[in-house]
Design a protein around this ligand. Structure first.
Ligand code: SF4
Length: 232
């Protein structure tokens, strides 16, 4: 995995650890959370570039994967929460915010299995594209399909007897998946070493929890576990 001149000789896990150290050098506030998410996104992007045009089927406007259940870490949810105020025009931010709340409520009722079957469009999906691309979670930045037809098939079959809606079985570039996994492990290890919760929570439930109670941010920064009551 090539990650640039300064770090190309280092193992992906060490690069994930370094990303946390660099982004959190001056603290763990909402800006730092956004900086870490952006930094890790760029690293995942460089990993993808390192594989060149290896048959990746993902294209702008193809959004089947944005109907899957996405799990995020607290700092990623904080970056998305911040993006509502910093990345989007006011009217769009209001609409996205309301969709986050509506989706979280619906997903909480459905539970994980029902959520996968329901093909809930991500609240941040606007006109077929991610409205918060620079701070999308690693689960999104590291997801690259080799077969659009399989993505569509998984989407269409969601909730049917034959299964679907989970993304399982969609062919991926194994080397890239492995590189992103090691990057992720390095990041999680560095977060854990700082006493920061890196447990996964469903995206809408996590961001809705922050909208409802921004005090979760201080709780997380203070090293306390962040668990959303319902759904995940
Ligand atoms: S955060 Fe962006 S890339 Fe991820 S599911 Fe939502 S719209 Fe898609």
């Amino acid at each position: 995995m090539s990650t640039g001149q300064d770090s190309s000789a280092k193992a992906p896990g060490a690069i994930g650890t370094e990303a946390v150290r660099a982004a959190f050098a001056a603290g763990t506030d909402v800006d730092a959370c956004a900086a870490l998410t952006q930094r890790v996104n760029r690293l995942a992007g460089r990993a993808l570039q390192a594989f060149g045009d290896a048959g990746i089927a993902c294209r702008r406007g193809c959004d089947f994967c944005c109907h899957l259940r996405v799990m995020v870490r607290p700092h990623e949810a904080i970056a998305l929460y911040r993006a509502l105020a910093t990345h989007l025009p006011q009217q769009q931010a209001r609409e996205v915010r309301q969709r986050v709340l509506d989706n979280a409520s619906r997903i909480g009722r459905l539970g994980p299995g029902g959520h996968a079957a329901a093909r809930v469009a991500c609240a941040f999906l606007v006109d077929g594209a991610c409205s918060v691309y620079a701070v999308r979670p690693l689960a999104c930045a590291g997801f690259h399909s080799l077969d659009r037809a399989r993505c569509e098939q998984d989407h269409v079959r969601a909730g049917s007897a034959s299964g679907g809606g989970t993304g399982a079985g969609i062919p991926m570039l194994q080397g890239l998946t492995a590189a992103v996994g090691v990057l992720e492990a390095g990041m999680d290890a560095a977060l854990a070493a700082r006493g920061l919760d890196c447990g996964l929570v469903e995206l809408h439930e996590a961001v809705a929890a922050l909208i409802g109670n921004p005090g979760f941010i201080a709780r997380w920064r203070g090293g306390r576990s962040w668990r959303v009551p319902r759904g995940s």
